[in-house]
Design a protein around this ligand. Structure first.
Ligand SMILES: [Zn+2]
Length: 112
């Protein structure tokens, strides 16, 4: 499952930081996930909760922030939210290029 690989990546990052900070417990992991990153939030939470058992992140809260999909028109420069996969600029009919909404990253970590 795709979300399992993502959860493993997140846990690896958290463990690495904890080791560097000499921390024994990770309390919170802040994630930034774009609407178009292709990540199922429930599946990710589930995978993460099974993965962290017995690790220093087993009590960590997963705080997920979704980033809306926004595009910028290549012709007129207008920026606007993209809905229903409509990548056509409503103002001039030009094509919208994605400026945000594909993010998938650990934004911050809290640990003891
Ligand atoms: Zn336009």
């Amino acid at each position: 499952m795709h979300e399992m690989a993502i959860a493993e990546g997140i846990l690896d990052i958290a463990k690495e930081h904890a080791a560097r900070e000499n921390s024994s417990r990770i309390t919170k992991i802040g994630l930034l996930i774009g609407e178009m990153a292709g990540v199922e939030e429930d599946a990710l939470r589930f995978c993460f909760s099974t993965l962290v058992r017995g690790t220093l992140a087993q009590d960590a809260e997963l705080s997920i922030k979704r980033v809306p999909l926004v595009g910028r028109c290549g012709a007129c420069g207008r920026e606007q939210p993209i809905e229903n996969y409509n990548f056509i600029c409503p103002k001039c009919g030009g094509g919208l290029a994605v400026v945000s909404g594909r993010e998938l990253r650990v934004e911050y970590l809290e640990m003891d």
